[in-house]
Design a protein around this ligand. Structure first.
Ligand SMILES: Cc1ncc(COP(=O)(O)O)c(C=O)c1O
Length: 473
């Protein structure tokens, strides 16, 4: 018997739900004339049934790790059913079609203005911002604005503008290396060390000069989750300005901390309350709690974003400024961010972030108590922390082995070397996101303790051949 129900867009055929006609349910991969062996790297020569193609894609995606046990990523892996509904309803919206989707464009503006307020812009109406694909694009745009501002000032003063440099911690995320590489800016890395675990203004005067376009301060270093002390860095730059006349702006890379600090550390001064902070970026898909594909960057005032970088897009017959690397990109995530702002408000964001931090602090204290480990930090900045193997604990295994063992239980917890000058230190990191419950965390503590006990009890050292010792930050 053939089902005659007409499927509406978005309906799941009964064949997949298991409800209905058995004749429909069974033949997947076995119907006459149906290919069950698709070429992997060549376009199949002919069509297949949608059910078959769906099942193949669905089944392959199952081979990815379980995203809820992925404690390596900072990026959101869960949204509520209303958010999922908005996502499905707006998956077809192109953010750049501001004339066709004026409401999505208006909502984008509302969102960044809310964030300008959250980050204490002196006058959110006179700030300027945009959504981006994520922090990487946001950082590129912020870096480009720094470079162009510096070039304009240099040219106006009749000075050469061909050797810009940017000051960064050696623990910056790879997007800054890309920025410097793609846009011909010399990256001047300040190495982190055991005494200076983050960029803290120490020795900054020996890195900056008249070609410095800015200093990047990170709120939530990717390797460890620690905050860089933006206020302290700013004070050091004030001193440098007093003695040299160099007025060097700061960009705050708040990929994670930009959506944690306003809620959990409201008294910490790191944002536009500091005059030197020209721009701030964040990944909305990290602690902004939106699915992957959204970031924000905001400049303190319109003057901090050189106007020649901004293009006009027609909008309701008028014009709207646009500063972006991409032309087309999804608009749905912007609506999701707005949904969350309305749904959670300040209090809701506080509660969600606090719950993640409580779990991070619990996990850090349990792991710190185990004799095999020493904590690098404790999860009280962003809900992220790292640990290393306690000195002299063992020469039979390392954190890469522990990472592999935990994979057997489904946990994805990367181990990797620290950046330059500390590369002999290997750490392991947990990112606690909304969705890692205290119960699940308790299971994780048991699994880590058991894995360490198993490794400790080995008679001979674990082999080191074939260990994956790198991790892309
Ligand atoms: C400090 C920092 N900056 C930038 C990025 C890049 O963010 P995105 O993945 O949103 O492009 C990350 C990602 O982890 C990060 O931790």
């Amino acid at each position: 018997m053939t089902a005659t129900t007409t499927l509406k867009h978005g309906d799941v055929p009964h064949a997949f739900t298991g409800i209905g006609d058995q004749n429909q349910l069974n033949p997947i991969f076995a119907r006459a004339g149906e290919s069950t062996d698709f070429p992997l790297n060549a376009l199949p020569p002919s069509e297949s049934l949608p059910e078959t193609a769906y099942q193949i894609v669905h089944d392959e995606a199952m081979l990815d790790g379980n995203s809820r046990l992925n404690l390596a990523t900072f990026v959101g892996t869960w949204m509520d059913p209303f958010a999922n509904k908005i996502y499905a309803e707006s998956a077809d919206k192109n953010m750049v079609d501001k004339d066709e989707y004026p409401q999505t464009a208006a909502i984008e503006t509302r969102c960044w203005k809310m964030m300008a307020g959250l980050w204490h812009a002196p006058d959110p109406e006179n700030a300027i911002g945009t959504s981006t694909i994520g922090s990487s694009e946001a950082c590129m745009l912020a870096g480009l604005a720094l470079k162009r501002r510096w070039q304009l000032a240099r040219r106006a003063a009749g000075k050469p503008a061909d050797k810009p440099n940017l000051i960064l911690s050696s623990a910056v995320q790879v997007c800054w290396e890309k920025f410097c590489n793609y846009w011909d800016v010399e990256a001047r890395y300040v190495p982190i060390s055991l005494e200076h675990k983050v960029l803290d203004g120490h020795d900054l005067e020996s890195y900056v000069d008249e070609n410095t376009i800015g200093v990047v301060a990170i709120m939530g270093v990717t390797y460890t989750g620690m905050y860089e002390p933006v206020e302290k860095i700013s004070r050091v730059l004030d001193k440098i300005e007093e003695s040299t006349g160099l007025d060097i702006p700061i960009h705050v890379d708040g990929a994670s901390g930009g959506m944690i600090a306003p809620f959990l550390q409201p008294d910490l001064i790191w944002d536009f309350r500091l005059e030197r902070v020209a721009s701030i970026s964040t990944s909305a898909h990290k602690y902004g709690l939106v699915y992957p594909g959204l970031g924000w960057v905001i400049w303190r005032t319109v003057d901090d974003l050189p106007s020649e970088l901004v293009f006009d897009v027609t909008y309701l017959g008028g014009h709207m400024p646009s500063f972006a690397l991409n032309f087309s990109r999804p608009g749905a995530q912007v609506l999701l961010q707005y949904y969350l702002f309305l749904r959670l408000g300040f209090d809701g964001y506080y509660r969600v972030q606090k719950a993640s931090q409580d779990v991070a602090v619990y996990l850090a204290s349990e792991i710190g108590r185990m004799p095999a480990f020493e904590l690098w930090n404790d999860g009280t900045d962003i809900p992220v922390f790292a640990w290393q193997l306690a000195k002299g604990h063992t020469d039979k295994w390392n954190l890469y082995h522990l990472s592999e063992r935990l994979r057997l239980k489904g946990w994805l917890i990367p181990a990797y070397p620290m950046p330059d000058d500390l590369t002999d230190i290997v750490v392991q990191r947990i990112v606690v996101r909304n969705g890692l419950s205290r119960n699940l965390a308790e299971s994780l503590v048991v699994d880590i303790a058991e894995a360490a006990a198993y490794l400790d009890a080995l008679d001979s050292p674990m082999p080191t051949e074939g260990l994956v010792t790198s991790f892309t930050h």
